[in-house]
Each structure stands twice: as C-alpha cells, then as structure tokens.
Design a protein around this ligand. Sequence first.
Ligand SMILES: [Zn+2]
Length: 230
Amino acid sequence: MHRFPSPLLDGYRNFMDGRYIEERERYRALAENGQKPQILLIACCDSRAAPEIIFGSRPGELFVMRNVANMIPPYEPDGHFHATSAALEYAVQSLRVKDIVVMGHGRCGGIQAALDPAAEPLSPGDFIGRWMSLLKPAAEQIQSNDVMTASERQTALERVSIRNSIRNLRTFPCVSILEERGKLQVHGAWFDISNGELWIMDAKTGDFRRPDLEEVVSEPEQDVVAPPDA
Ligand SMILES: [Zn+2]
C-alpha cells in the first residue's frame, strides 16, 4: 500500500505539540516579514551532519544548502542547471548573508568515493562521479600517498575539499567583491560525527583547530518578532 513515511508523521506530530508551540510567534513574524538569515551554511546531504541539529538553530536563522560532500563548483555562467550556484547567488545577492560557512564532516561517503579509483558509476548518468571530479586533482595526490593510512587519507581529503570549495566560492564575483569590501566572511568547519567535535578552519593558515567555546561572546539575538505596537 502506498503510504507516507510514518517516522515523518510521528515527528511532525511531536513538532506541532512541542517546538511549534514555542516558535509559533516566530513563525508568524517570519511569514509576515520574510526571512533575514545572516548565515549561509553549506553542508553535506549526509543524514548525520544536519546543521540545524548541530548548531541548535531556530527557524529563520540559517540558510542551508546541502549537496553531496558540501562542495561548491567554480563560477560557470554557461546556461546549465546549477542548483548549488543558484542557492549561493540567492543567499549572497538577495538575502545579503554576512557569513558563509562550508562544513565538511567525518566518514563522508562522497569523499570516500572520490578516493576509490575502482568506484563504479551508480547509474549510466554517473552524476556522483562527475560531481566528485571537482576534487580529482586533490584526490589523486592524496590517493598516491602511501605513508598515510586509509582513514588519514579520508580525513585529509575531507579538509582539503573544504579549502577547495572556499577557493571556488571566491571565483564568484559577488563573493569576492563583498569579501573585499568587508561585508562578507567565508569560513570552513569540519564536524566529527563519531564524537561530536567541531573543528574550525583558521582563515590565514587553512589549518583546522577546535574552537575555544569559553571565549565566545554571544551577540544579541536577531529580532524577527515585531513588538506588539509596531
Ligand atoms: Zn558527506
């Protein structure tokens, strides 16, 4: 029998009984005033690396784009179907986000495929193979490094891939111009799904390190709910 997935219906019921009640006003205000997220987060499709869960975001806070292995292709205005570039264009040009975060993660299946020279196409279209070829030069270099173990090669390419995406991000004129004017910042992050660790990329060196969470200065929350007399 054709049936809508029951985990979704169960989850939706919980949402309406709990989170939605807490966020009702916020949803209403966001519907009326539109969204103004300040952050574009680019993450993998992997079910274990959901940004809204990791960062505990509220509705309207994160503009999220997910694709296989959280990659950004280079700027190619060639009339083809560019879903990733379209989301990026909208976030930067229309929403005017202040920050772009490219977040990779451990045990990424897309990265694993890129490191496997024997990987066969999953279908005649070989969409994943074509998509992961964005990483081909880096993948080939890391593949040929026999001093590293397989898991070290995997983590290395996951992080190289984040820097590669950031380099491609900057080939989009809207990104590089706003970044130069100090209106936009680009960041890298890597999430270890096995232990919940988040690693942040150093903007100067490209190295990844654990953030000092004690140092974080919280900014006042963005007000999406208009005061009653407004
Ligand atoms: Zn992944």
